[in-house]
Design a protein around this ligand. Structure first.
Ligand SMILES: C[S@@+](CC[C@H](N)C(=O)[O-])C[C@H]1O[C@@H](n2cnc3c(N)ncnc32)[C@H](O)[C@@H]1O
Length: 306
């Protein structure tokens, strides 16, 4: 794999153990699954763990790493998958809903939700109660979302097809929890999809950062006072991560960052200084690197509205 020179120049400064990171990008990632407690009972769970040779993931009792080198396609063709007993989802992608901590009977907004990996996890965490509004701008991706919430038996989800930027005014201070799993340059998924590099450029990163800033304003406005917003991306670019959070903190005095703890995962703190921002508070953001955790690269930040 040939990485753009600029990519290396940018990230050798901020990604720890950079040679190990580069070497890891060439590897195929492990397969992770979630067992769906809305459908699978205790006996089904035990059977799936045995049949697929599953290793537990410490931060969620229904999350597992497959010990064998299965591929995503073969597990996607099983009866358990078809019946919605399991969902194939990278371990890092499960973290934002866990950090969001949705509770039973709450009102939750998943602003950019398709194809629903996180929506269906939120639904399971809420034990199919309360309300989740799952929104996405892309109608084709919404078809996959509809299929997934149907398959997983999530009955507490309403789907909308709006520009996420509109929610802040349409549903001002309405939701207890908001997840913004933002569209991004997807650098953290290079292992899975080398094509990410075809459209990689700093221009593209800055373009995504503009979209993310508009979406995070809308997400924050739609959040009740005392509520929690989780912002996540699957990219490394500080402009799309800490830069967006810094923008929010500068704009709203009542936005404060909370510490994040994820048992069993090696997390790195957020970057506090980059072109365009400097803020020690950004340490509270977390970066999840593939070479430390055998998973996709992710950025997660937890914000409280006071
Ligand atoms: C990272 S993906 C979301 C993945 C999803 N949260 C999951 O876990 O399955 C980002 C999504 O944002 C959607 N999107 C992009 N721009 C948007 C906008 N302005 N408003 C709403 N959705 C948008 C894309 O269609 C895409 O489905």
């Amino acid at each position: 794999m040939k990485l753009p020179e600029k990519f290396i120049f940018r990230y050798e400064k901020i990604i720890p153990d950079f040679p190990h990171f580069l070497e890891f990008l060439e590897r195929r990632l492990r397969i992770y699954i979630r067992i769906n407690p809305l459908k699978a009972n205790e006996q089904d769970r035990e059977e799936i763990i045995r049949k697929y040779d599953c290793e537990p993931i410490p931060f969620y009792p229904y999350a597992f790493k497959l010990k064998s080198e299965r591929d995503e396609v073969s597990i996607g063709n099983t009866l358990e998958h078809f019946l919605g007993y399991i969902y194939v989802q990278d371990m890092a992608s499960m973290i934002p809903p866990i950090v969001l901590e949705p509770k039973k009977y709450e009102k939750v907004l998943d602003l950019t939700a398709a194809p629903g990996s996180k929506t269906t996890l939120i639904s399971a965490l809420m034990e199919n109660t309360g309300l989740i509004v799952a929104n996405d701008i892309n109608i084709d991706r919404l078809k996959a979302l509809t299929g997934n919430i149907d398959r997983m038996g999530s009955l507490n989800v309403v789907i909308t097809n709006l520009h996420g930027e509109r929610f802040g005014n349409l549903f001002y201070e309405y939701f207890d929890k908001v997840l913004l799993d933002a569209p991004c340059s997807s650098e953290g998924t290079i292992n899975k999809n080398y094509e990410v590099l075809n459209h990689w450029s700093e221009f593209y990163i800055n373009k995504m950062a503009k979209i993310q800033k508009n979406l995070i304003i809308s997400a924050f406005k739609s959040l009740k006072k005392g509520g929690t917003l989780v912002y996540s991306t699957c990219t490394f670019a500080p402009e799309e991560n800490e830069g967006v959070i810094n923008f929010l903190l500068n704009k709203y005095e009542n936005a404060i960052l909370e510490e994040i703890n994820i048992p069993g995962i090696k997390i790195c703190e957020g970057i506090t200084k980059w072109e365009g921002f400097e803020n020690e508070e950004l340490k509270k953001c977390v970066r999840i690197y593939p070479h430390y955790n055998e998973c996709e690269g992710f950025f997660v930040c937890k914000i409280k509205k006071i």
